[in-house]
Write a protein that binds this ligand. Structure first.
Ligand code: AMP
Length: 574
């Protein structure tokens, strides 16, 4: 697509400056952080007071969250911020942490939002450069705020996106296209995420002709929104017909703001939407309901990759745009080629966000390198020193260098570092598991079935232990969609077990077939809606709708109970 002539030249220069001067900017960031925080108790343990990059690298240890946790918890529990940060810590970010277990608490201050808004502006310009006419409409964005908790020190602890929506940065955001949504702010700010999701859909349907882009932070949320639409379109239409929001939505902000959007009874609009939703097949439903949508803005990289085929089905191959790679520690970078295919997405790291270092995965792990020293084709784990009191903290992601924009490296997200399944010497990580499930998904596809979601756990209750993979599947056939019936095809499901085992690595195969220390892989088919119940469970435990990621391995006993209660069939590899 031709670049739009209206692109913001200031932002283009900003991008050029940032990506040409990576080394200088990174050195400046580190100097600023270290000079400012030289007197913190944490840095005093390792450094003398003058800024010295070499000394920093030599003396300050590369740590995990667990290593820094005691110091962070002191601030959580009421000690002064300057245990770790000279700039006052004004809150904590709850990292999603659904794969490993407990949520992490990352120290936070407004610098995080300065960085975030900087990134939002940059990516807005990148998108308008690539998507023609995107400024002439509204975004139907499934954005959520989650209720915060208060730490013993009286500071809010919340997920990253909530910290933005609750801030003045959001309230007084610029009034340009990128920040113009179909939903009123009250809906985004509503703490009851079931109510807000329903209202997002309702407001988006009422303004269907104005919607030019749609999205959520992670693809799982988009898929959930479509599922809710599938279950509640009749009720939504009835609201549009009558001009009244359903009574079960009790949030006062939602009630008053959505009433304004509804603007009275709209029977014709309700008829049109009903006719579209009543069609047998929901393929391309998004394009039919929102005909001016140009792209879907949602992260489909990493563990979100498994939702690509579902989204392609409902959105009839609209571009799926992954804009940003970020975490509770820092924002890393943005995708400068937004319309590329999901599998080709790379994120260009922005050197002004934090000080970044990289642990090489292929070489000496102690040989930590700078952002301007990473090599094309190599994989690394990023390490972050940020403006809120984290020093050389490992992020736990693995990224691959795929290229450079000027001097700024571009990284493809490969996987989370952690091992998810292990019985004996086998170490199956998320990527291996995804690969195996992709094979199973192909088998299902050829039998007219679609995989909706999956998870797993290592069942060691009997010897030998074995891998259990939970699959939620549905029929591809639109006719059966309504009846919600599914015949479990024994042959196909047994074959799923076989192809998954076949795709796992040699250590697994040795343990399984030679040593006999791993038993046959088991598929447990769960009934439709199980993964929604699992999400509900984690949300009740404190996870946020907007940042929720299905755990690919379940470690909590209670979450396992949720899954086990929904098992409708078991199949083993032979
Ligand atoms: P949280 O701290 O809860 O926001 O989770 C951050 C984690 O989400 C990152 O460390 C990644 O593992 C994952 N993540 C964030 N953005 C992306 C992305 N664009 N692609 C793939 N994974 C991502």
């Amino acid at each position: 697509m031709k670049p739009n002539s209206q692109i913001n030249e200031g932002s283009e220069m900003k991008l050029e400056d940032l990506t040409l001067n990576v080394k200088q900017i990174q050195d400046d960031v580190l100097e600023e952080i270290l000079t400012h925080n030289a007197k913190t108790e944490y840095l005093q343990r390792f450094l003398t007071e003058t800024f010295d990059k070499e000394l920093f690298k030599k003396n300050v240890p590369v740590v995990t969250y667990e290593d820094m946790k005691p110091d962070i918890e002191r601030v959580v529990n009421g000690e002064s911020s300057d245990v770790i940060s000279a700039r006052p810590i004004t809150g904590f970010l709850l990292s999603s942490g659904t794969s490993g277990g407990a949520q992490k608490m990352m120290p936070w201050n407004n610098k995080y939002l300065d960085n975030l808004t900087f990134i939002y502006d940059l990516r807005m310009d990148v998108i308008s450069k690539h998507v023609k006419g995107v400024e002439e409409g509204k975004g139907m964005m499934f954005l959520f705020t989650k209720q915060e908790s208060i730490t013993p020190s009286g500071l809010p602890a919340r997920v990253a996106t909530s910290s933005y929506f609750k801030s003045d940065y959001f309230k007084s955001r610029p009034s340009n296209w990128y920040y113009t949504y179909t939903s009123p702010d009250e809906v985004i700010l509503c703490a009851n995420n079931t109510e807000s999701l329903y209202c997002h859909l309702l407001c988006g349907l009422v303004q269907r002709d104005e919607v030019v882009r749609m999205g959520s932070i992670f693809a799982s949320v988009m898929v959930r929104a479509i599922k809710v639409l599938e279950n509640s379109w009749e009720e939504l239409c009835s609201n549009i017909r009558s001009g009244h929001l359903s009574k079960w939505v009790t949030d006062l902000g939602c009630q008053s703001s959505v009433a304004l959007v509804l603007g009275g009874p709209r029977p014709e609009l309700a008829d049109t939407i009903e006719t579209i939703c009543n069609q047998e097949s929901w393929k391309g439903i998004v394009n039919k309901l929102w005909p001016n949508t140009k792209y879907i803005e949602t992260v489909v990289t990493g563990s979100m990759g498994q939702y690509v085929s579902t989204l392609n089905y409902y959105c009839n191959d609209l571009p799926l745009v992954s804009t940003t790679y970020g975490s509770s520690e820092t924002t890393f970078g943005i995708n400068l080629d937004p319309l590329c295919k999901p599998e080709d997405v790379s994120y260009t790291f922005m050197p002004n966000m934090s000080y970044f270092e990289f642990i090489p995965m292929d070489g000496d792990k102690n040989d930590v390198v700078d952002l301007d020293d990473v090599k094309l084709g190599c994989t690394y784990e990023p390490v972050v020193t940020n403006f809120a009191g984290l020093y050389r903290m490992r992020v736990g992601d693995i990224v691959l260098v795929t290229g450079f924009y000027n001097n700024a490296p571009q990284f493809k997200f490969v996987r989370r570092e952690n091992v998810v399944l292990s019985i004996d010497a086998d170490k199956t990580n998320e990527e291996d598991l995804f690969k195996a499930v992709r094979q199973a998904s192909r088998v299902l596809e050829s039998s007219g079935l679609t995989l909706s979601d999956f998870s797993s756990y290592a069942d060691t209750s009997a010897f030998p232990g074995h891998y259990v993979v939970y699959l939620e599947i549905k029929s591809k056939d639109g006719e059966k969609r309504k009846k919600n019936q599914l015949e479990l095809n024994e042959e196909a499901l047994s074959k799923c077990c076989l192809v998954m085992e076949d795709s796992l690595d040699n250590v697994y195969k040795r343990c399984r077939f030679k040593d006999g220390s791993i038993g046959p892989l088991e598929v447990r088919v769960v009934r439709q809606g199980t993964f929604d119940s699992l999400e509900d469970f984690f949300i009740r435990q404190g996870a946020s709708t907007g940042q929720y990621k299905t755990p690919r391995c379940i470690k909590s006993g209670k979450a396992l109970q949720v899954m086990e209660a929904c098992v409708v069939g078991r199949f083993f590899s032979t």
